[in-house]
Design a protein around this ligand. Structure first.
Ligand SMILES: NC(=O)c1ccc[n+]([C@@H]2O[C@H](COP(=O)([O-])OP(=O)(O)OC[C@H]3O[C@@H](n4cnc5c(N)ncnc54)[C@H](OP(=O)(O)O)[C@@H]3O)[C@@H](O)[C@H]2O)c1
Length: 293
């Protein structure tokens, strides 16, 4: 298919999808588009009120939509377990998992109650813990898909096993976000390996939205006027993650993003360099498994 559009999402009747951070920004838009195509959608939200509001808005926009919100705080292992257990008690399949939620460019150095730096904890450890607890559903569902959101910021990231929580380095918000987004790509590689070892048809792929004018991106991201001037609206910026989640032509190892880097139609690319370093991906998997596995 030369040009992929959101209208190209196939009918998803009978499929079950989870979108983390489904109450806002790209997560909300992903949930809406999947629900419109008749997937049964669960949004994982740390603020249940905001999640319920999003569910209501989606049901109004897509009458008959099968959508619900379950509480999910990715920085809290107990919450992740409870989310996964509740989901598994309700659904015996999981076709699409979009690891979308994120903390982006936190102004100050923050640690979770377990002492982990907030970007890495939310964006990587939380999604790792979630995927581990949903692994059996993914493996057992034919052609399941896990889409993990990264960002161009992965290029400034590094995996500093000696200082994952930024206690030795001077805090840099862009770099610590970049570290977590590099971790997201390495996780994508290592998860694909786990699916293959399990003999599953599930795919683990990555996506990024270029620069998309979500509400928060305009305040905590690259910045106000710049974002407004050149970013994609959410309606189109969401296309790479939706294509990665639903296009039957998606292949393992692909990383979907806008054609022109920051904006444009969704196209596959191959991540390069440290983002596909299999040895580093394994080391990070083991490290994370010891922490939250
Ligand atoms: N927008 C861009 O230009 C851009 C560029 C590159 C990559 N990305 C990536 O695209 C994804 C979506 O970005 P966005 O712009 O839509 O972000 P956003 O508007 O800031 O939304 C982030 C979502 O993550 C949720 N979240 C934050 N911490 C959480 C936690 N501890 N547990 C559960 N959920 C949590 C937020 O919930 P609350 O509402 O409760 O805070 C919100 O629903 C992210 O992975 C981001 O890194 C975005």
């Amino acid at each position: 298919m030369a040009r992929w559009r959101i209208d190209d999402i196939p009918d998803l009747t009978g499929k079950v999808a989870i979108v983390t951070g489904g109450n806002a920004g790209l997560g909300f838009r992903s949930a809406l588009e999947l629900a419109k195509k008749r997937a049964n959608v669960v949004i994982g939200c740390r603020r249940v009120d905001a999640g319920k509001e999003a569910v209501k808005t989606i049901q109004n926009a897509a009458p008959g939509a099968e959508i619900e919100c379950l509480q999910l705080d990715l920085t809290d292992l107990e919450s992740v377990c409870e989310f996964a257990n509740t989901f598994k008690s309700k659904f015996d399949r999981l076709d699409i998992l979009i690891n979308n939620a994120a903390v982006v460019n936190a102004e100050t150095l923050q640690h979770t109650k377990d002492g982990h730096e907030i970007h890495m904890a939310t964006n990587h450890y939380g999604h790792f813990a979630l995927a581990k607890r949903l692994f059996s559903r993914l493996v057992d569902t034919p052609n399941a898909r896990v889409v993990t959101l990264s960002s161009g910021a992965n290029r400034v990231g590094e995996i500093r096993f000696d200082d994952m929580d930024w206690r030795q380095r001077e805090y840099d918000r862009v770099k610590s976000y970049g570290d977590s987004k590099l971790a997201n790509l390495l996780f994508t590689v290592a998860l694909q390996k786990r699916f293959e070892e399990a003999g599953s048809s599930a795919l683990s792929v990555a996506a990024h939205p270029g620069l998309t004018a979500t509400e928060r991106q305009q305040t905590v991201g690259v910045g106000g006027w710049f974002t407004t001037a050149i970013a994609s609206p959410v309606e189109t910026g969401v296309a790479p993650q939706l294509r990665a989640a639903t296009d039957p032509n998606v292949r393992k190892g692909e990383y979907y993003g806008p054609r022109f880097g920051l904006r444009g139609g969704p196209v596959p690319a191959q991540p390069k360099g440290k983002a596909v370093d299999a040895e580093l991906a394994e080391e990070l998997w083991q490290y994370t498994e010891n922490l939250v596995g």
